[in-house]
Design a protein around this ligand. Structure first.
Ligand SMILES: Cc1cc2nc3c(=O)[nH]c(=O)nc-3n(C[C@H](O)[C@H](O)[C@H](O)COP(=O)(O)OP(=O)(O)OC[C@H]3O[C@@H](n4cnc5c(N)ncnc54)[C@H](O)[C@@H]3O)c2cc1C
Length: 586
């Protein structure tokens, strides 16, 4: 087997992966970089981000305010040193992106326009209409093309980390066009593989978001951090889960129940009672409260029988009609397009049906502030990593900026590691890749019992995750989910693939992805069971209070042959001692 070799290997061609690739070129253009992506990079999920990216730019804002909002939004589970680095580097990254060609929307005076976003005290979310991720990814992609030291492996699927002598030395990857596994070596390997929303039935996440990098690291003995924290976005379309961006609420959209009543006024969203702004007589943040609280309010409303019953479960309505056609066309054209194409309605004149849908994983591969994992040679950034700046609840629009800041940081750390690292054990890692080729052929291309299907196992997994580890959880529901996941894992052996071809075998990749999602689901459910408190997006009906004494800590889930082992790690507190989560405009 031929060995493909680079100084630094990046798995993932989304926002984090491309930013990292560029940063290596900026750092040292003589280093060779390999970027592996299971899909063409421009199809990475980053492309679908709509609302915007947060960074301080206006004179009425400050880095401390951005840090405080992020920390209180995280319910004090974010590491404050990481948040401080993040808010400081964020504006530089955003300006840099503009210089590379990102068309940020503008105020009439020509300055960068910012919009309010949930849980942010002031307007600090930069946007490019409602296609922010599309423009950001294009900008990064076209900039990456300028660097001759970057080799892309588009439509290559990483199946295993190659670890020898306690050091990650590359990956085994399936070339989808030929069906061959190849060894790709790197002195440093950076995982930028995105999130894992697909372990739930209703999600805004693209079909490719199956937690591959998290599972690869987990299998190699690296812990997954804070996996119990799953963000539900309050406004997804029922059925498809397609996102109706938070920007539709920042532009004035309101949520109403089956009686046409603006129900959020009945709930405590954490706004301070003394928020008075003479310019805004409506002093409550309401629809711009944090995502976890809004999703929880929906669930309470459902229990009271005040939601609407539909084919895909209960839903409420988002009303943006009053914001006017001109405004919708200018600021929310994509929302109109999505509603027309996927629900057959025009939000200029009609109400949009919405429900909470899984949106984002706060947890991920355990890294430090530089993106280093505990396994030497392995790094992670972007949604697959947990640095952590998001803690128990991410604030909308912090994630796109996180890709830039930590994509660049992790690249610098990998370069530092790569230049002083010893030689790679090439023969050993080729042998591991050959073994991986045999494993996949034997596992999937030989007749099984044929009792199970990918779709059947996937549906069982997603439904047990929603019912037992959804917006509200309890010991009973989580235990049932943990048992069910173990049972579904056991049934994997009964899976038989009908397609044994080598060229673009999507049934094979779906089976590999199913295995990854089950690893992630297992770590998530067990981490949630062990955390007997409620914090941010993790709401236990049997432990409704936050318990700083026992749980001001990150959870670390380690893979074992049985149930995962859960350990804890202290949260880094620098300047903001834990307090009440309070929201509201400045
Ligand atoms: C609909 C939607 C809207 C959003 N809107 C916003 C927003 O407005 N603001 C905000 O801050 N955040 C938003 N988010 C969140 C944010 O977009 C994501 O967290 C972020 O884009 C993830 O970027 P990433 O680079 O980590 O991963 P991705 O962009 O998901 O890229 C992952 C990459 O990894 C590759 N990959 C994965 N597995 C493998 C494998 N096994 N082998 C090889 N390659 C692999 C894929 O090919 C892909 O290139 C939104 C998310 C969604 C779903």
């Amino acid at each position: 087997m031929e060995l493909l070799q680079h100084d630094i290997l990046i798995v993932g061609g989304g926002g984090a992966g491309l930013r990292a690739a560029i940063a290596i070129g900026e750092e040292n253009p003589n280093l060779s970089v390999g970027v592996i992506s299971k899909i063409y990079p421009m199809r990475s999920h980053t492309v679908s981000a709509e609302g915007g990216a947060a960074a301080v730019i206006k004179s009425n804002d400050s880095l401390d305010d951005h840090a405080y909002d992020t920390i209180s939004g995280s319910d004090w589970l974010a590491d404050q040193d990481a948040v401080e680095a993040f808010v400081k580097e964020a504006p530089e990254e955003m300006v840099q992106l503009e210089h590379w060609g990102c068309p940020w929307s503008r105020e009439p005076d020509g300055s960068v326009a910012v919009r309010p976003f949930g849980g942010m005290k002031t307007e600090r979310t930069w946007y490019a209409a409602d296609k922010t991720g599309f423009h950001m990814l294009h900008t990064l992609f076209q900039t990456a093309l300028k660097y001759n030291n970057i080799t892309r492996y588009d439509e290559w699927f990483a199946t295993k980390l190659l670890v020898h002598d306690g050091r990650c030395q590359g990956v085994a990857a399936l070339e989808l066009r030929t069906g061959q596994i190849r060894a790709i070596a790197g002195k440093g390997t950076i995982l930028c593989t995105g999130g894992a929303g697909r372990i739930f039935p209703f999600t805004t996440n693209a079909a490719v978001k199956t937690g591959d990098g998290m599972a690869l690291a987990y299998r190699a003995g690296v812990p997954l951090k804070d996996m119990e924290f799953v963000q539900y976005h309050p406004t997804g379309l029922p059925g498809t889960g397609i996102l109706i961006t938070e920007a539709s609420r920042s532009e004035g959209g309101i949520l109403i129940n089956k009686d046409g009543y603006r129900y959020l006024q009945d709930y405590d969203l954490g706004e301070p009672l003394d928020v008075h702004d003479p310019r805004h007589p409506q002093k409550r943040t309401m629809e711009l409260g944090p995502r976890d609280r809004l999703s929880q309010a929906f669930e309470k409303e459902r229990q009271k029988g005040r939601t609407i019953k539909g084919e895909f479960g209960d839903y409420v309505h988002l009303d943006i009609r009053h914001t006017g056609e001109k405004n919708i066309e200018k600021k929310l054209p994509f929302v109109r397009e999505l509603c027309r194409n996927y629900v057959g309605l025009d939000p200029v004149h009609e109400l949009i049906p919405v429900r909470p849908v899984v949106h984002y994983m706060m947890g991920g591969v355990h890294t430090n502030i530089e993106g280093e994992t505990p396994l030497p040679g392995l790094f992670a950034a972007g949604e697959c990593a947990c640095v952590s700046i998001n803690g128990a609840n991410r604030l909308g629009s912090n994630s796109l900026t996180e890709l830039l800041v930590f994509g660049a940081r992790v690249a610098r750390a990998a370069v530092r590691f790569g230049v002083q690292a010893g030689d790679l054990a090439t023969e050993k890692i080729i042998a591991q890749a050959q073994q991986e080729q045999r494993r996949i052929r034997e596992r999937f291309f030989q007749p099984g019992s044929g009792q199970e299907t990918i779709a059947g196992l996937r549906a069982d997994m997603t439904h047990t995750m929603e019912s037992g580890a959804g917006i509200y959880r309890s010991e009973e529901s989580l235990r049932a989910t943990c048992d069910r996941i173990r049972e579904i894992k056991g049934r994997l052996g009964g899976l038989e693939l009908a397609d044994h071809s080598l060229t673009f075998n999507t049934e094979l990749t779906a089976a590999l992805e199913l295995e990854y999602t089950l690893e992630v689901a297992e770590a998530l459910a067990h981490s949630a069971l062990a955390r007997t408190e409620s914090r941010g997006s993790h709401q236990r009906t049997d432990y409704p209070e936050r318990d700083d004494e026992r749980f001001l800590k990150h959870s670390l889930a380690y893979r074992t042959d049985g149930d995962p082992r859960i350990e804890y790690l202290d949260v880094v507190i620098t300047r903001w001692p834990p307090g009440e989560r309070v929201y509201g405009s400045k």
